[in-house]
Design a protein around this ligand. Sequence first.
Ligand code: BG6
Length: 537
Amino acid sequence: MSTKHPPRSSTPTPLSARLASHPHGAPASAAGKHPAPPCTLVIFGARGDLTQRLLMPALYNLVVDGLLDSGMKIIGINHGERETQAWCEDLHDALQKFAADKASTFHAGKLDDNAWNWVAQRLQYMAGEFEDDDVYQRLAQQLGGNGRDGAQGNVVFYLAVGARFFKPIVERLGKAGLLQQSADDSGPFRRVVIEKPFGSDLASARDLNQHVLSFVNESQIYRIDHFLGKDTVQSILAVRFANALFEPVWRREYIDSVQITASEVIGVESRGRFYEQTGALRDMVPNHLFQLLCMVAMEPPNSFDAETVRNKKAEVFDAIKPLTPDDVVFGQYGKGPAGAAYRDEPDVAKDSRTETYAAARVRIDNWRWAGVPFYLRTGKRLTARHTEISVQLRSVPFRLFRDTPVDALTPNVLTLRIDPTHGTSFDFNVKTPGPVMQIGAVHSSFDYDDFFTEHANIGYETLLYDCMLGDQTLFQRADSIESAWAAVDGVLHPKDGSAVRVHEYAAGSEGPAEAQALLARDGRAWRALTPGESRKS
Ligand code: BG6
C-alpha cells in the first residue's frame, strides 16, 4: 500500500489529535482542528437518501464547526432534471425534518440560517445518467478542465450510489482524465469515496478492487465504513491505549470471551429489494462488526499514522479463522409482537430465505487471542437497539470464599456502548453491607452526556473531513476488505454447496433460539437485549 499522509495540501489533524484528552466539556474545536483545504465535492447520487440523510447534515455540521474552506464547491449529479434552486430546497426541507426529529442523529435543533446559506451558495446540480459519457465531459468543463488535465483544483468524488455503479463511474472518471494527479503528490488531489457494500463476496470484492485500482492508486481511494466515523468506535482505541487499567488484562490469560452486538428494532423498511440480495451477514458482519472486532483485537500501533493503524488491523483480519457454516446461525423474523414477518415486507419474496439475523463465533488465531471466542450477532426487528461490545473477564479463583455464604462470583464485564447510548460500563463485585461476607455484583457506568456538552456527531463529518485532509486512517484498505470477505466466504459459498439454515424468530424477540445454542455449546450465554434499557445504570 502506497499511502503516507499527508500527501498534499495542509497537514491533517491525525486521529491522535481527536483522541487527545481535553478538559471536561471543552468544545470540539478545542482539539485544535483547522479547516480542510479548498476542494470541489462531486456527489454522485445527489438526490439519494444517503446524500439527504447523512452527507448534507454532515457538511452542515462541518460548516458550523468552521471546518470547511470558503473555496469549497459542491456539485451534485443525479438522473432527472432539477434546477439547482429546487435541489437546494429539497435538501433544506430534508435537513429541517431531520433537525426536528428527536430520534435522528442530526442534533442541529433549529437550523442555523447562516450555516445553511453557506452550503446553499456552493451547491450546483447537474442532471445526468451515471453511465453516460457526456456527463463526464460536462463535469470536466464544470471542474475547469483544460484538455490535458480533466479538472483543476482538488476534487473529491463521492459515490453515494448503488454498488452496480461503482465500476462504471470510476471507469468513466478515469477515462475522462478526472482522476489524474501528479505522481509526486505535489499538485491538486483527486480522491474517490466509495460507499458500502464494497463487493458481495470475496470474488466480487477482488474484482472491484482490481477494476478501481486500474484507474486510481490506493492512496486515492476512501472506502467508507460509517461505523468508523462514530466517536464511540474511535474511542475504543482511547479506552484501550490511554488507560493503564485495561491493556494489561487485554489478552487470553484474563479475557474469557467477547460479545459484539448490533441489534436493531427496525425491520428492512423500504430496503426490501436491496436486502433480499444482501442479508444480515453481508450487510453487517465483514464490515461493521469486523471493524469493531479489529478495534478490540488489534495490537497497539506505534502511532496513529494511517498505514500504521491499518497494518495492525490487517494483522487481525489475517488471523481470523475462516468461518464455516458450523460457526454461524441465521434467522429471519416472522410475525411477532413488533409487527409483520419479513416475508410480508414490500419487495420481499413470499418464500424468501434471506437472513435478517446472523450470529457467529469467530476465532482469532494469534498469540493474544488464541482460545478466546468472539461472539458476533446482528439482526433486525429485535427487542432492543444496542450496538455494544462486552468484554468478559475470566473468573477469579473461588478458594478464598469457600467457607463463606458466597456460592458464586459474577465475572467482570467491561461494556463499550456504541449506540444508542454512548459510554462505558463495568460490572464488578463488592462486599454487601452487613456482618457476613456476601458478594454483590454492581454496575458502574460512564456516559458521554454526563461529561461532555457536545453531542456525538453523525459520523460522516469526521469521514468527509479526513478525506479532504488526506487521512485514510478511518477508511478500509483493499487488502483488509478482501481478508474480511475471505473470512466469511465459506459461509456464503459452503464447500458442499448447501445453504446455511435460516431459523424463524418472532419480530420483537431476542432472535432465534438456535443462536443461544451456539453459545451454550461453549458453556456461555448471550447478554440479554433489554428493551428500553439504556444500560447506563
Ligand atoms: C448499514 C446497514 O450499513 O448500517 C443497515 O446497511 C443498518 O442495514 C445500518 O441498519 C446500521 O447502522 P447504525 O449506524 O444505524 O447502527
